[in-house]
Design a protein around this ligand. Structure first.
Ligand code: 5GP
Length: 240
């Protein structure tokens, strides 16, 4: 696969065209940002870790009947993906209340609830990714009701697959953000972007220690070491 021009540059990723019209190359950068780009740092090795972690998780979903954009790993920091039309929505699944949801609902971080909570956000930095509902999303022309039903169902299915998968690695999946796109070849709604410690809250089941981007957000140090531990444990599960 021949790497072509840079077609998108985000804070944490670059997307390159290829010589195939429906395939792109994702390059995971070592940059980390938080709080809507207010906080920024570079962690050598983070891009390679997230590339590999995301590859394991997206490949696991592909093999379990959830269509994602992931095709194959290409190198340390690059993966080959299906081209999509971006849908600027974030679907956030919560198994425990933490982060901004704890603040918004006025409950302590780590609050346990019996149900699964699914939130919808408008992916818009200028507005600080506000929580919206289905009617807002349709009114803005971001997705149809049918697509939104598909996204909610898919997000719950992803959660029901990844929660036990992480559990096998001794990691609790506290919450995660998922994004979707329309595949350029078939138009199907598929999971796009990454699923990694940058987009999930992952707590060590034995110690409660955070193994995700909160280490950076909250200045807890050992960011790369924690991501590396996540990768090591997921590899052990897949190699079983
Ligand atoms: P919170 O609302 O507490 O910021 O985030 C809830 C979950 O979704 C966390 O796992 C967080 O990492 C993820 N998340 C929410 N918004 C974003 C975002 O804009 N970028 C990234 N990388 N993750 C997000």
């Amino acid at each position: 696969m021949k790497k072509g021009a840079l077609i998108f540059e985000g804070n944490e990723k670059q997307v390159f065209a290829t010589d195939h019209p429906d395939k792109v190359i994702f390059r995971y950068k070592d940059v980390t940002v938080a709080y809507n780009n207010v906080k920024r740092a570079r962690f050598i090795g983070k891009g390679a870790l997230n590339n590999q972690i995301s590859a394991i998780l997206l490949d696991y979903l592909n093999r379990n009947g959830v269509e994602t954009h992931f095709i194959s790993l290409l190198s340390d920091q690059e993966q080959l993906c299906r081209k999509i039309e971006i849908i600027p929505l974030q679907v956030v699944v919560h198994n425990r209340i933490a982060g901004s949801l704890a603040y918004r609902l006025g409950v302590p971080e780590g609050f346990r609830h019996a149900n699964t909570i699914v939130d919808l956000r408008y992916n818009n930095d200028d507005l600080d990714d506000p929580i919206i509902n289905r009617d807002h999303a349709v009114a803005l022309g971001l997705a149809t009701y049918q697509e939104l039903d598909g996204m909610y169902d898919c997000a719950r299915r992803v959660n029901s697959l990844l929660k036990p998968f992480f559990h096998q690695a001794g990691i609790e999946l506290v919450d995660m953000k998922i994004e979707f796109g329309r595949a350029s070849d078939t138009g199907a709604l598929i999971i796009s972007d990454e699923i990694s410690p940058d987009t999930c809250r992952l707590w060590d089941e034995a110690t409660g220690e955070r193994m995700d981007k909160d280490r950076f957000r909250l200045d807890l140090s050992r960011v790369v070491e924690s991501y590396s531990n996540v990768l090591k444990r997921l590899k052990q599960v897949t190699e079983q």
